[in-house]
Write a protein of this length. Structure first.
Lengths: 545, 73
């Protein structure tokens, strides 16, 4: 197997919104930056085909007290993410600067010449998100990164970090189109690989890649961070989403309609007619509403846009394109579905893995030289763009102050990764990545799903560990592409194990972590639930946000 | 099986192969009509369709399990 050695100041693992923003900022501060992206940065990450909402605080509009703005924001879906207040303060002190930068770079952040606030807000309350035309955002951010001298390596997947558990000194990556290992000697690494999308079954279990995140965000960064000694938080707290049934796509706030039952009665209390300013906030208040209606015999529920005005319909279709839902529009056209005439069924999407890599306001983890941003730390476009920028700025400053690290103590780890890949490649028969992924999804769904208890979790953990051992020793791959998929599954097996360990330790019911053996929410546990590896053992602790 | 390439229209530029993050076209050779090697890994975002310089040379056939459910008039 071929090996290549490269050196840089800042290595960005993942080239989504956060990874590219980190690269842009670090490169313009003079750092030598390399972005590794297992797909293509032009079309990777959650922002791959566009977005149309960017939350931003503008003092002239929202008033001088930022906390009033943050309080309003936490009433929306943003409130699901459990982090310290100072993180929000940092985001919103910077977000509007980023908005203006994007506008300057050619991502249209204004609508008809002004900031257009709409969606993700309650009727009569402060508006928190501006609309923007993000369809080409990835191409533009790629251009800005290249112009500043960042090097972008597509089809390269970071698979493990190098370092001694206290300080980072690089990373190992594999090429997804060639049998090649790339070893990076790096002063800093910024993890920006997104969420973990194939841990639980999709809405269409036979069609695994039908996921609104895309199919390849597989918790790579979290798994690497944990193995390297970084802290992860609340990994056991699942998240759910709501959207069009079967054709799973994000963009609930882009729909201008009313969520209704089969008899035309609105499901929520917020709107009775389509309104371009708000959408229907019931979907943010209760993402399980579609599932609950189904289960109780009141469903299905429909997104009903049939009362929409001509102007609002055109407005919605304009933003659908920028939210990245062009393929949905193509599909509706092919099928003769007209939103002015046909309500479309909405579904609660299945569980997905939550949690984050613990970072501070500088996007630093507990390991020196290791940063995390975007969905890896805490998500949405505004947070990814802002903390991507902040991580790049701090990584560049740190890189400037430190010597080029040595990787001479890392030989064992490099060899171990190499051996692992060669073994998978050389096996002639055994389970492929898909078989292992299906088995993993089964155990996650059945034993760490929407209802959990101690016996169930213990049984699931033991079964998952058996699967993990088998995957480690039996997986096969026919080519470098399948090697990438195998490594993704191995990462998800690590993450799955953490979900079980942390779910067992969270002896309460909170949000979507439902434990009938501990049915109450324990106010004392309103804290960060943190796990990390110490001397090859996982250590879990509670501490204040 | 998404995507579908029209052999008569494809100019073999490879832009779809280049842009696909899931690498559905893995193994395609430069200068040849792309091969759809991993159709089930398609995420139906239509990146390949919109990057293609020739209208109609590539399209997605949305698989039956993901058909949108709607209320007829």
């Amino acid at each position: 197997m071929e090996e290549e050695f490269l050196e840089c100041d800042v290595l960005c693992a993942g080239g989504g919104i956060a990874g590219l923003m980190a690269a842009i900022r670090a490169a313009e501060l003079g750092a030598k930056v390399i972005v590794v992206e297992k797909g293509n940065v032009k079309y990777s990450g959650c922002g791959r085909s566009g977005n149309d909402h960017f939350e931003t605080y503008i003092p002239e509009i929202h008033g001088r007290d930022m906390d009033v703005f943050i309080d309003e924001l936490l009433r929306t879906a943003k409130g699901e993410i459990l982090i310290g207040r100072e993180i929000y303060h940092t985001q919103f002190a910077k977000a509007f600067d980023i908005v203006q930068l994007w506008e300057k770079w050619g991502i249209p952040m204004k609508y008809k010449g002004k900031w257009e606030f709409a969606g993700h807000s309650f009727p009569g309350r402060a508006m928190t998100h501006i609309k923007y035309e993000g369809r080409l955002q990835k191409t533009i951010l790629e251009r800005e990164a290249l112009e500043r001298g960042a090097q972008i390596m597509n089809r390269v997947m970071a698979i493990d970090l190098l370092g001694n558990g206290k300080k980072i000194c690089g990373a190992i990556a594999t090429h997804t189109r060639e049998d090649k290992l790339i070893i990076f000697k790096a002063k800093t690494v910024i993890l920006a690989t997104g969420k973990c999308s194939r841990l639980y079954p999709s809405l269409t279990p036979g069609w695994m890649f039908n996921d609104p995140h895309g199919g390849v965000q597989t918790g790579d960064g979290r798994a690497m961070a944990f193995r390297a000694g970084a802290e992860l938080q609340n990994v056991e707290m699942p998240q759910r989403h709501i959207g069009p049934k079967y054709f799973t796509k994000f963009g609930q706030a882009t729909w201008i309609g009313v969520l209704k039952d089969p008899h035309g009665k609105p499901v929520g209390p917020f709107v009775t007619k389509p309104d371009r300013r708000y959408g229907d906030m019931i979907m943010e208040v209760n993402k399980e509403v579609a599932e609950e209606y189904g289960r109780s015999g009141k469903g299905p529920v429909y997104m009903d846009c049939t009362d929409i005005t001509k102007e609002d319909y055109e407005y919605m279709m304009h933003w659908m394109k920028h939210e990245g839902n062009i393929s949905l529009l193509d599909h509706m056209k092919e099928e003769g579905i007209d939103l002015r005439k046909n309500p479309v069924e909405f579904a609660t999407y299945p569980l997905r893995c939550g949690g984050l890599i613990v970072t501070n306001t500088k996007a630093e983890t507990n390991i020196r030289g290791l940063y995390a941003a975007g969905d890896e730390a805490f998500g949405d476009i505004s947070a990814a763009a802002t903390f991507g920028w902040i991580s790049g700025e701090n990584a560049a400053a740190y890189a400037e102050s430190t010597e080029v690290p040595s990787i001479k103590n890392e030989k064992d780890k490099i060899d171990e990764n190499k051996r692992r890949i060669v073994q998978i490649r050389n096996r002639e028969c055994g389970p492929d990545w898909e078989e292992a992924n299906i088995a993993l999804q089964q155990v996650m769904n059945d034993y760490a799903g929407s209802v959990r208890n101690e016996a169930l979790l213990k049984q699931g953990l033991s079964h998952l560990r058996r699967l993990k051992e088998k995957a480690k020793t039996l997986l096969i791959a026919r080519n470098p592409h399948e090697i990438g998929r195998c490594l993704e599954v191995l990462n998800m097996l690590d993450i799955g194990e953490l979900v079980f360990l942390m779910a067992l330790n969270r002896k309460e019911t909170r949000g979507l972590h439902v434990r009938p053996d501990y049915p109450f929410t324990n106010p004392v546990l309103d804290q960060a639930h943190v796990i990390r590896m110490k001397k090859n053992k996982s250590v879990i602790e509670w501490r204040n946000y | 099986m998404p995507p579908i390439i029209d052999l008569n229209k494809c100019i073999k530029c490879g832009q779809c192969v280049d842009i696909c993050t899931e690498d559905v076209f893995y193994g395609s050779k430069e200068g040849e009509v792309p091969t759809v090697t991993y159709p089930k890994e398609c995420v139906h975002f239509s990146g390949c369709v919109y990057v293609c310089p020739v209208p109609g040379a590539i399209r997605l056939r949305f698989p039956l399990p993901i058909l949108l459910v709607y209320k007829p008039e």
